[in-house]
Design a protein around this ligand. Structure first.
Ligand code: SF4
Ligand code: SF4
Length: 466
């Protein structure tokens, strides 16, 4: 298993090196070198921000195609609550669930039903672990990845329970095997995802050794298929829904927390807000909170980049859908209890460390500080790194050089030209016979000046391309 597997990818042929993405990546994982972006796989958390901001569609997410379903004798769809929020005037989730069956799935298992089990288990966990408060939600895989690489002190605060997608997959697989008598490998469990982060989770499920999800489809691929089938379902459908308000609410920011039936929580969404909350949490600013819910996407899962609806409209639709639902329909039982806890922990990955030992890191940190004083501090991005500090770190890691900074280069050339000019004047004053040397020096000055003009021109071209 590649512990730095990623579902967010780059197509270098489409990349124009415009540096839009380097500024928005929350973990500073992207550099532009030789006019092409590169993603550092150790830093990336698959949040999808770079896909959102790339104007040239050079960043994309990988996921399974619908044809994957054909590989299995029996298939189960795992629809998340964010899927329901994509449709206009949906009054009953049963219409979507029945349409999934018409689409070719043999059964459905609602992720919102598994979410209700997680809500119940979280309430118990909070009551039994008061010494670890506040507890941080582990439902968003990008947040789990972010904590794993950047906030190791917060790992003990993470909720050690499987996310609803995994619990739904485990329970659906057992149910399908019992119902059909088929071996596990002939049954395909397909999650319909709002984001690439969950695609990555299935390949590398932090907290578990393997995932029971066999394939991940994108909401945007399934949506058009479902629309026509939903019309065919009409009013003639069977009640196969298994979740209520608590489970459905998980699709939006604050929904998981509302299922805890406590007011003592904080819910933040959008990766920049998430980072701010985690930094404050490290600084022990939230001593009175019980629970912290964090979602990398704006608005929660409804804001994932594999959805089709505007996240804020989707959130309103979810609220509407909840109106006539019971509070919860799924309840803890013996079978569910066995699949809820993590089977492995999450380990700190010190990818941002500058050296292999404390001494080396300390010495490199001093180098970074010295370099930062030399660099202009403009964070312009023209060197291909998002900030001057990031360039300084790249330099001490051996991945960049000082002259990658155009301001530093210009400053150097300027100093050099002045030195040469002084030298030329000295020669002219003191050595009347040194006319030839003087000529050569003047040539040097001209070349330096030409190079500076070239730099200016390149900068202008880059600005025009942007
Ligand atoms: S935003 Fe610009 S630099 Fe980044 S991947 Fe897209 S084209 Fe390349
Ligand atoms: S997916 Fe997120 S973390 Fe990864 S490179 Fe893109 S913006 Fe950075």
């Amino acid at each position: 298993m590649d512990k730095f597997y990623h579902s967010v990818r780059l197509d270098p042929n489409l990349c124009k090196g415009c540096i839009n993405c380097i500024k928005r990546c929350p973990t500073e994982a992207i550099r532009v070198r030789n006019k092409k972006a590169q993603i550092n796989s150790k830093f990336c958390i698959d949040c999808g921000e770079c896909i959102r901001v790339c104007p040239h569609h050079a960043k994309y997410a990988i996921y399974d195609k619908l044809e994957e379903m054909r590989k299995y004798e029996y298939t189960v769809a795992l629809p998340p609550p964010s899927l329901y929020s994509q449709f206009n005037n949906l009054d009953d989730v049963n219409i979507v669930l029945n349409a999934l069956i018409l689409m070719g799935f043999d059964d459905v298992f609602e992720v919102s039903a598994a979410a209700e089990l997680v809500s119940e288990a979280t309430r118990t966990y909070l009551a039994e672990h008061k010494d670890q408060l506040p507890i941080i939600s582990t439902a968003c895989p990008s947040v789990v990845r972010l904590i794993r690489v950047r906030f190791p002190n917060l790992i003990p605060h993470m909720l050690p329970l499987n996310p609803p997608i995994e619990i739904a997959a485990k329970l659906a697989a057992v149910k399908a095997m019992k119902k059909t008598g088929l071996p596990r490998e002939k049954i395909g469990i397909f999650f319909i995802s709002p984001c690439p982060s969950k695609v990555t989770y299935v390949k590398v499920p932090l907290g578990n050794e393997t995932s029971q999800v066999d394939g991940v489809l994108a909401i945007k691929d399934v949506y058009p298929q479902l629309l026509s089938r939903m019309n065919a379902v009409g009013n003639d459908y069977v009640d196969i829904a298994t979740s209520g308000k608590i489970g459905i609410s998980w699709g939006r920011s604050g929904g998981e927390s509302s299922g805890l039936l406590s007011e003592n929580y904080l819910a933040a969404d959008g990766i920049e807000n998430v980072i701010r909350v985690l930094e404050d949490l490290e600084d022990q600013k939230f001593t009175n909170l019980e629970f912290i819910e964090l979602n990398a996407c704006n608005g929660g899962c409804v804001g994932g980049i594999l959805t089709v609806e505007n996240p804020y409209v989707a959130e309103t639709k979810l609220k509407r859908l909840r109106r006539y639902m019971p509070v919860a329909r799924a309840h803890m039982n013996h079978e569910a209890e066995g699949v809820i806890p993590w089977t492995t922990g999450v380990q700190y990955e010190p990818v941002f460390r500058l050296g292999n030992t404390m001494m080396e890191s300390f010495s490199r940190l001093n180098q970074v500080e010295r370099l930062c004083k030399k660099l202009p501090g403009l964070d312009c991005g023209s060197c291909g790194a998002p900030t001057c500090k990031a360039l300084a770190e790249d330099i001490v890691r051996g991945n960049a050089k000082e002259t990658d900074c155009v301001y530093y280069l210009r400053e150097n050339l300027h100093n050099l030209s002045e030195e040469v000019s002084i030298l030329a004047d000295d020669l002219a004053d003191g050595d009347k016979g040194g006319k030839e040397t003087l000529r050569i020096l003047k040539e040097y000055i001209q070349r330096i000046s030409d190079e500076m003009s070239l730099l200016d021109r390149q900068e202008k071209e880059d600005t025009q391309e942007e």
